[in-house]
Design a protein around this ligand. Structure first.
Ligand code: OKP
Ligand code: ZN
Length: 343
């Protein structure tokens, strides 16, 4: 399986994450992608290629233009405003408050952030742009006939909505890839999100549409990030009713319970008959992930890959989360090897 990768992810190198009232070293750090790349090379998974440049068009097919411009300019504007640290929101649009966009950069952070842990820094926009190009290149490989491809995206994307960033995400790589397939002849795309966290951004982007089936397995939002979306009752709206499927699961969920949900998701995908399957691949379901609460073991990721292969679809793996950095390479590549061995 080919891997798409660029070093430009290193431009996303925040010094701070707001965690438990402290500013800590971000969990979402450059070494994550390095470890995954090392493991891809060590296992001989396949060639590693640079992304092509598809420009802004496919990003703007998903994201609001003013939001994109905000992400690009906010760090410099934050400095001009006289702030010395990294840009972190200090306000929210609370219930019954106005959705008029403020002029001041601090107010715009509150307007565009869906969470407060993610600092905006110089270089973030360029890294997020490159990450989206990695996903688009992976999509193009599938369009030209590859059965599977691994887009080693960083920063991740599944929490980003059309006009909100947060949860370490800026551009929604999976959504950008899905729309790219649809704009090039695909009739139906399924996105299966197996990151520990609910893919609220992807769900939100496609919530009222039937041309993208979104399925997410995740920690129950009553207990964990992103807290405010991801319940089982969320099944889509309007034309999209029935095309959104959530499997929230409680703390300490072991692999057999998780796998039963995976099988239900795969059954729904088989019924939907998509032209292509996108996997939002997070490995923060791992038992020692520092910010998550499932109990999957390294070998379970091999089984998971084999289960995904049983769908028999062209499959675009897009990297999302995973924060036990020492094991992220083994776990992510286990999914890909499990997939390949089953094919
Ligand atoms: C991104 B992805 C740590 C809390 C972290 C944000 C988690 C974002 C996860 N104190 N909250 O889904 O892996
Ligand atoms: Zn996650």
């Amino acid at each position: 399986m080919e891997t798409i990768y660029t070093e430009k992810h290193k431009l996303r190198d925040a010094k701070t994450e707001l965690c438990g009232g402290e500013l800590v070293e971000p969990f979402e750090r450059p070494s994550r992608a390095e470890y995954v790349l090392d493991r891809v090379r060590e296992t001989g998974l396949g060639p590693v290629s640079d992304p092509d440049d598809f420009g802004m068009g496919p990003i703007l097919a998903i994201h609001d233009a003013e939001f994109v411009e905000f992400l690009k300019t906010a760090p410099a504007r934050w400095k001009v405003a006289g702030f010395n640290g990294e840009a972190i929101p200090t306000t929210w649009v609370g219930r019954r408050m106005s959705h008029i966009r403020p002029n001041h950069v601090e107010g715009q952070l509150g307007y565009y952030a869906l969470a407060g842990e993610t600092s905006l820094t110089e270089g973030t926009w360029e890294a997020a742009y490159a990450s989206a190009q990695v996903a688009l290149t992976g999509a193009a490989r599938i369009r030209s006939g590859a059965g599977a491809v691994f887009s080693l995206c960083r920063p991740p994307g599944h929490h980003a909505t059309a006009d909100m960033y947060g949860g370490y995400c800026f551009f929604n790589n999976a959504a950008i890839s899905a729309q790219h397939f649809l704009d090039h002849g695909a009739k139906r795309v399924a996105i299966l999100d197996i990151d520990f966290h609910h893919g609220n951004g992807t769900q939100d982007i496609f919530y009222d549409r039937s041309d993208v089936l979104f399925i997410s397995l995740h920690g129950d939002p009553l207990e964990t990030f992103p807290y405010h979306l991801g319940h089982a009752e969320e099944t889509g709206s309007g034309a999209g009713t029935g095309f959104n499927l959530n499997f929230p699961m409680p703390p300490d969920t072991p692999f057999d319970v998780w796998q039963a949900a995976l099988h239900k998701g795969l059954a729904r995908i088989a019924e939907y008959k998509p032209d292509v399957l996108i996997i939002s691949l997070g490995v923060d379901t791992f038992e020692t992930d520092p910010i998550s609460f499932f109990k999957l073991k390294s070998d379970d990721f091999l089984t998971m890959g084999a289960d995904v292969a049983s769908a028999g679809l062209p499959t675009h793996f897009i990297m999302e989360g995973g924060y036990d950095v020492d094991e992220i390479g083994v776990n992510a590549v286990n999914v890909l090897q499990g997939f390949e061995r089953a094919n």
